[in-house]
Design a protein around this ligand. Sequence first.
Ligand code: SF4
Length: 874
Amino acid sequence: MTLALTPPQVFSAFPYSPPYPIQAGLMHHLYECIEHKKVSIVESPTGTGKTLSLLCASLTWLADEKDRARKGKMVAYASDNGPDWVIAQTMERHRRELEAGEAEYEERLASARKKEASLKKMAKARVTKKPKLNHDKTQPSDPSDDAFLPEDGALVDDKSTDNISPALRALMAKVDQVSNRGPKPDEPEPTCTKIYYASRTHSQLSQILPELGKLKLQSQSNAAVPVLSDAEPPSLGRKRPDGEISTDDELRPQWRAVSLGSRKQLCINDELRARVGDLDEKCRELLGEKKENRCQHLPPVDEDSKMVDFRDQILASPKDIEDLAAAGRLAHACPYFGSRRAIPQAELVTLPYNLLLQKTAREALGIDLTNQIVIIDEAHNLISTILSLATTRVPFHTLDTSLSQVSIYLTKFRTRLSANHVLHLKRLITFLEALKRYSTEWLEAAKGKKQLGGGVEVMTVAELMQRVGRKAESINMLEIESYVRSSKIARKISGYSDKLAETAAGQDPAKLAQVRRGATPPLHVIESFMLALTSANDDGRVCFSVTGQPNQEQVEIRYQLLNPSTPFRDVVDAARSVILAGGTMSPISDVVAQLFSHLPQDRLSNFTCGHIIPSTNLQTLVVCRGPRGADLEFKFDRRGDKSMIAELGQILSNFINVVPGGMVAFFPSYSFLNTVKAEWTTSGTMEKFNAKKKVFLEPQETTDVESVLRDYAAACHTSKLSADKGAKGGALLFAVIGAKLSEGLNFSDNLARAVVIIGLPFANLSSPELRERMKYVNRLEAKSNVQKKFGQKDAAAELYENMCMNAVNQSIGRAIRHRDDWASLILIDRRYASTPLRNKLPQWIGEGTVITESFGVTMKHMGEFFRNKRTLPS
Ligand code: SF4
């Protein structure tokens, strides 16, 4: 029996002593969750050191767990039979063996660190030259058509589902056999308990390693080397002021971490990158065993020690994606495959959402989550990300192009393909033709309905297959999908089509650019669509819709998942512990209902903490009435009401008199913002705003976001706080909830001294997809037989309200980004005064909310709040 670990009294690895109580609370909670194999939802506001606390607690548990495992082995040896002195000798021998093993591993990593340091020095010493493109004579410049034939043995009964070619598999197997430092032949790569730390964007992921570098914790795997004192903590990857990593730091034992990324981020074959759009496919063509069809950055199959060295180098010091690519260039080894080789022995793996959440991606990478710890940061978007990863869109031209590509391929290679391939390709063509016929007929029938507000139809997968089945005889979708997946024929057909397109484009740069655009090949889209259809049950729907302008209408087919817990369940069931962390996870009941309703209550826990700011730095107001005394409710049908728009103008005019610096006002939709803007422009209200604060509007194009924000930031800093006249100058930004400016941006300090939310951003109930989701959750609720409390909403209404509050919380979370920040958060709509809605605000925002029934009281509260801030630096 093993004893349970208890969280340490003091997390000595934490770099700031003592931590704030909420940081200590979070670390304590996380440690307990991991130890007791729980799933937890953690809400910790931005600016409270969330990432640092998550890393510190999880790595402390990992170190303690290794220690426990080591002691467990020793206890097992101690239970051997025999005289005491024999047992003592045996234990001593095993202790030395364990230590020797750890020391040997650390020696390897230490030598990798030294090698990396000298490579960097050599690179620096060289005259800086612009890196030349690799003119690799071994690259096939004009691959013969043979390359587009299916691989031998990859027929229907091949159950392999990953993306690693047999050649690469052989390579990987040989690596371990050849290298005297790898596992012996037939031994699986040893793997250790690890933390998978996922985040949504590249920039969020790039913030993890600098936080890791702040920890004082030392990997237990490095226990055989002298322990550093607290006075001189290991500063992992810490850069000196001149931007260089100090030699001491380079050589210090460090956590074994690896960052995973795509080929697009990590491939160092410049010639290949410059050649065509589908980098993945072109790389796969260079994984052969012979020199002429092998990438120059992969070692020959029979001498793989270089790759093992590079793997050690990756693990020797934490590297982000850019560092990894640079290290690959220095070592002349592929960072994409090198990082995958480092996974088994890594203690921390950072990766984007899609690599963690998609089963096919996990299998391709060899990621096995069994008993591992999964931390998903910035998880407020997790549900929408899971749903969107499971959604496949097939525009009509994709379907049409796929059909013609398969037909051309079959005509070209028919005589060289086995009978089995010909048979299956014919079946694929039959399915695509039938789907095309049905889509065309559907479009003709739906065109008229679009003018009547229709043009959309949602059906189950069974219904679709029945309708498509009527257009052709005997379509066995399971068989077709299985063939396409196992034969990987889509890659071959797409590759051949690319070649034809490149030849046709000739030297025309515009046409070539189009070929190299890098969009997902059409047949790959069809493959994903077929996979979705064959794996769906009651929780998936197919939606047909009319798109495009009148007289140019097209049909789009879309597969949509209704239940996000289905794909996520694999992660939850396999992992030891799953932590969803975010600055604003509220409403937490929504996350539980959508992702974890199948879990027993005792496996679930949550942690919500306040902010580290003093309570006087935050004001939350719910404004129920305007200056004319009108009740404020911006319901959809009242959004054209001119008197209410005029009243809203007066409200904001009053606010900008007292708010210094920047003020961001969020509207529930673009259409409402446009209506209001037009009305205020005509009435002269916009001009009045501009006289006090410079007005900015959320840009229509994503490419304009940066310049608008830059100008807005500059204008915010023109504000002055005057003791007698209130605010002067600054800027006013009109934005839309859930659009370009409501997530991921940091409106700290003067960029947002007030965030105003106008109305409630309920989703459009006429959306067929939303209606299907709502019907689905109600059906699930009915099946569960759980008795509802009196007055409790049904599951669909709850989902609808939660989606709305989730969006509101993201927008108000843009302000108050650090300990000394301060701002007023103002919710304009009477409906926010209801207890159920207020309970869905993050706790740290909701608990101090003041509901004002008259506008005079609103202004009194705001005046007091900002007067108290006049003594602070702005
Ligand atoms: S093996 Fe690596 S470097 Fe070579 S093409 Fe593939 S991803 Fe690029």
